[in-house]
Write a protein that binds this ligand. Structure first.
Ligand code: TYM
Length: 335
């Protein structure tokens, strides 16, 4: 296996629906500091979005908005590779090869597949089941070492590891076996309406999530409406899932530690606490929104970033795919 000078990081977000505060705190926010230490590749995974029916014009709009959001969140295209998944055809091609390695049984057991099958009972398409194999392909094409994701994606990274190890055992050492990078406090931001469920882009109840597109008034209103726990005390703990979630959001957005936060809200009511959470969230989200808006107005710049990103990604991906084709016994095309 070829040794890279720096360890490599790969991650992505689907341009589906609204990007939530959960996506930001659990994933995107953690990507920026990694740029200094690692060779980072960040992808807008548009092919994954197709597993749920999309309105084509909306998918295009969401995709460009997400590209701008990555940059607004601190992803520097001169330090990291930033690209759109469908611009690099090797993702879909490697997924086919990996399909012959992954087992139906293991894909059938994926929690997200089961969840989404329940939610989209009228459209349990093959792509929905195959989704983790495409994700494995994203990761393995770049021989990524570390995958910064939220908790809900850990099972998919585990599957990626299994597929990589199985391929390596069958065809000799080819893929790096990746590891998950998790930010403990942000790994699972919960729904504002049901702290037993994760905050999800696809939640039909808009009050359950904070979208990175929400304006300040909307953020404040949603946090004021957030469910709370039985007593009136602002502290974290297993018996206080709703307040723990709000405290997590507060500490992550304000930088105040959990113990200092608990101390500062001692003897204060939920109303005052929720307003402080709203202030902290708004102070994080507002500058990102302003920068995203500025970037979206500069189409030429974004297109330039995407062109360079796709070229950089293709260079690595084409080498990996050629190697894989050779190893499995496909004859290289004569040019
Ligand atoms: P997606 O688009 O559902 O979510 C993007 C990232 O956000 C994290 N996340 C959360 N973190 C904390 N709390 C939450 N409530 C929350 N909701 C979402 C997710 O864990 C994820 O890190 N399959 C992936 C995208 C993908 C990918 C990849 C990721 C495709 N290929 C390769 C890493 C590497 C997905 O659907 O994420």
């Amino acid at each position: 296996m070829e040794e890279q000078a720096r360890k490599r990081v790969f991650s992505g977000v689907q341009p589906t629906g609204k990007v939530t505060l959960g996506n930001y705190l659990g994933a995107i926010r953690n990507w920026q500091p990694l740029q200094e230490q690692y060779d980072c590749i960040y992808c807008v995974v548009d092919l994954h979005s197709l597993t749920v029916t999309q309105v084509p014009a909306e998918l295009r709009k969401n995709t460009m908005e997400l590209v701008a959001l990555y940059i607004a969140c601190g992803i520097d295209p001169t330090k990291s590779t930033l690209f759109i998944q469908s611009h690099v055809h090797e993702h879909a091609e490697l997924a086919w090869i990996l399909d012959t390695i992954a087992y139906v049984g293991e894909l059938n057991r994926m929690t997200q597949f089961k969840d989404k099958s329940r939610k989209h009972a009228d459209n349990i398409n093959m792509g929905l089941m195959n989704y983790p194999v495409l994700m494995a392909s994203d990761i393995l094409l770049y021989n990524a070492d570390y995958i910064p994701v939220g908790k809900d994606q850990v099972q998919h990274v585990e599957l990626t590891r299994d597929v990589a190890q199985r391929f390596n055992a069958r065809y000799s050492d080819t893929f790096v076996v990746p590891q998950t990078l998790i930010n403990k406090s942000g790994q699972s931001i919960k729904s504002l309406q049901d702290p037993s469920a994760k905050m999800s882009k696809s939640d039909p109840n808009d009050n359950a999530l904070i979208s990175l597109n929400d304006d300040a008034d909307t953020i404040r209103r949603k946090l004021r409406r957030a469910v709370t726990d039985s007593d009136t005390c602002v502290r974290h703990g297993a018996d206080k899932p709703a307040i723990t979630n709000l405290l997590n959001i507060y500490t992550l957005c304000s930088g105040v530690s959990m113990s200092d936060a608990e101390k500062s809200f001692e003897g204060k009511g939920y109303g005052e606490f929720k307003d402080a959470v709203a202030d902290a969230v708004i102070s994080v989200v507002s500058p990102i929104q302003a920068e995203q808006k500025r970037l979206l107005a500069d189409k030429a710049y974004l297109e330039g970033v995407l062109k360079t990103g796709a070229e950089q990604a293709s260079y690595i991906a084409s080498k990996t795919l050629a190697k894989v084709y050779r190893k499995v016994g496909l004859i290289p095309r004569v040019r």
